[in-house]
Design a protein around this ligand. Structure first.
Ligand code: F6R
Length: 612
């Protein structure tokens, strides 16, 4: 989720690259760098910090140069340091690379390059592997060396390489990470996102997976994996910069909702062995001895992350048989919890800077409890202070209301639960393999849920919801935390007061509030309690409540009771929360839109709550 820019032409390359990087800083901003082709050399400037800091550091060596590449980073592999900032150069310094994505077989390749080929590494990044590999395969043609290199890597990449041996030529390749070519007059561009191009050109083409391009000031040539030339259509961009930053969507929140299939796929990468149907714990590990002694887990988090914790409790208890307590961090820190030996604390925080969560982490560690953090921000305080960290790879989340980070937190808790279940032998290998298969199917199921046709189904209900000042969300079992998350999202961005109710609790009080037309969003994805949920829906119907049901395809009884039904693709009940929450995010979004609220920056709220 970092930003890439490349330029070759007749203008001052450093200015174009810095300008482009500034337009991409919203994609990642912990470090930045540029590399320019000058007098048979490639000169590099890079450092942790902002693009403005980088700009200030550029001396005369970076002037009067006509081609180069730039990068702004959102750390995934390796902390945000000067060494880990891109561009990365090869052993000899002749090949220089910028890269977005994840090289999954990074460790294997790194070992091979060090042990068999004598390369040494300067950074902790997976990208450096690419620089050395390209050098290893370089035989006078950069495009061919890039082609050979990417055929040995597994994972995702948008990469641009340059070499001092081929001045003014950029070579790029793409798989599962965007790259766009911009066409100018006597100059050409490459960027990971359209905003970086718009000050220079609106004529673009999008590189597809498996395609490579060679770009000079005069010529752009695109090839497929087999090396055959590909004819590309030029696409004229009509967006202004603000729309382009949002990928053409009206709000960052909608863009981030739409990015969820990718975010989920990225977070599972390298952590699942699909062939064996197993979770591979790369970052977190618990020794057999710790595992045998583990008696209790505390999950500590705030807001949306707390809701991910509630799902975590249910799945860890079910799959691994370990008792789990989930606590809102602001309560946990002041409540003198019974912390002690044989416990594990899991803290969940998108930003990794939430004051209460951090205090919970420190409290647990002060009592000798090992802390595993789930966070989205490499280098955040939570990631630095925890004993172990499982990073969610959602990329920067800009809208205040958390969506894609939440989904990746869910993936993280499933990975932990399956890993613990397998390690403790409470989860049979066949069952683990079934769940792993289910996890791997989620990105394409999410894509289906996010299709235009599917969204159209909830728009008219949102128009009705938007006219009310209050609403209910109902659910049982794993649907209850989803209802809580749906209610939180609705209230924070639409300002409609929403309450989540465990469906069985309805008749213990909240039923008194149900009146004709009141919006009630009912989650009914859990087979084991479907009849019970249906009878609660019936209670609401009988009082005139306007029910919108979210259920799985094949649960036909739901449609017999409710007019507005949103079907999720069939899914293992345990994994259903990942899918079921998405229509609730969309409901919140379209209700807020209909009410004219400030979707991305709701009143009184901040993205990161670093004070109490
Ligand atoms: C709601 C939301 C908040 C955060 C909470 C914790 O959409 O985003 O409830 O989940 O403030 O923040 P992090 O995860 O950064 O610790």
């Amino acid at each position: 989720m970092c930003g890439i820019v490349g330029y070759t032409g007749s203008k001052e390359a450093s200015e174009i690259l810095i300008g482009g990087l500034k337009k991409l800083e919203y994609r990642g901003y912990d470090s930045a760098g540029i590399a320019l082709q000058k007098n048979g050399q490639v000169v590099i400037a890079k450092a942790a910090g902002s693009v403005a800091d980088l700009e200030k550091s550029l001396d005369d060596r970076f002037k009067a140069v006509k081609a180069g590449i730039g990068h702004t980073r959102w750390a995934t592999h390796g902390r945000p340091t000067d060494q880990n900032a891109h561009p990365h150069s090869s052993h000899s310094g002749e090949i220089v690379v910028v890269h977005n994505g994840i090289i999954e077989n990074n460790r294997l390749l790194r070992k091979w390059l060090i042990e068999e080929k004598g390369y040494s590494f300067r950074s902790e990044t997976d990208t450096e592997v690419l620089a050395h590999l390209i050098e290893e395969y370089y035989d006078g043609d950069l495009l061919e060396a890039v082609r050979k290199s990417v055929s040995t890597v597994e994972g995702s990449y948008a990469l641009v390489a340059v070499t001092c041996r081929e001045p003014d030529r950029l070579v790029c390749a793409r798989k599962d990470s965007p790259l766009i070519i911009g066409f100018g007059e006597g100059e050409n561009f490459i960027a990971s996102d359209i905003p970086a191009l718009l000050n220079h050109t609106r004529n673009t083409c999008i590189l597809e997976d498996g395609e490579f391009a060679s770009i000079t000031a005069e010529k752009v040539e695109v090839f497929n994996l087999e090396g055959c030339p590909v004819e590309k259509e030029i696409f004229k961009v009509n967006w202004d910069i603000a729309a382009a930053e949002k990928g053409g969507y009206d709000h960052f929140m909608l863009k981030e909702i739409m990015e969820q299939p990718v975010a989920v796929r990225e977070t599972m990468r390298q952590r699942i062995d699909a062939a064996k149907g197993r979770v591979v714990p790369t970052e977190f590990e618990i020794s057999p001895d710790e595992l045998a002694r583990l008696e209790k887990i505390y999950i500590v988090a705030c807001g949306t992350a707390y809701h991910a914790g509630l799902i975590g409790k249910a799945v860890i208890e079910k799959l691994a048989g370990i008792p789990v307590e989930v606590e809102v961090a602001s309560e946990f820190r002041y409540r003198e919890p019974l912390l002690g030996e044989n416990q594990l604390a899991i803290v969940i925080s998108q930003s990794g800077e939430t004051a209460d969560t951090l205090a919970g982490l420190r409290l647990a560690r002060s009592k000798g409890v090992k802390v595993l953090a789930i966070t989205n921000v490499v280098g955040s305080t939570v990631s630095r202070e925890a004993d172990q960290v499982l990073f969610t790879w959602a990329g920067p989340e800009i809208a205040v209301a958390s969506t894609k980070a939440y989904l990746t937190q869910l993936i993280a808790v499933y990975l932990i639960a399956i890993y613990l279940g397998e390690a403790r032998k409470t989860l049979k290998p066949e069952k683990a393999a079934e769940l792993v298969k289910g996890l791997l199917a989620l990105p394409s199921q999410l894509e289906r849920i996010l299709s235009e046709e599917s969204i159209a189904k909830l728009r008219s209900y949102c128009d009705h919801l938007a006219t009310w000042e209050r609403a209910f969300f109902l659910g049982r079992n794993l649907d209850f935390p989803v209802a809580m998350e749906g209610a939180l999202k609705l209230k924070e961005i639409s300002y409609i007061h929403a309450e989540a109710c465990a469906a069985g609790e309805l008749k213990h009080g909240p039923l008194a509030l149900i009146v004709e037309g009141l919006p009630v969003i009912a989650l009914a994805t859990q087979k084991a309690v479907l009849d019970k949920t249906l009878s609660n829906i019936h209670e609401v119907n009988a009082r005139g409540g306007a029910v919108f049901a979210i259920t799985q395809e094949g649960f036909d009884d739901v449609a017999r009771q409710v007019e507005s039904v949103f079907y999720l693709p069939p899914v293992n009940d345990i994994l259903a929360p990942v899918l079921a929450v998405v229509p609730t995010q969309l409901i919140a979004y379209y209700a807020a839109l209909a009410r004219g609220s400030s979707v991305d920056k709701p009143r009184n709220l901040a993205k990161s709550v670093t004070v109490e």
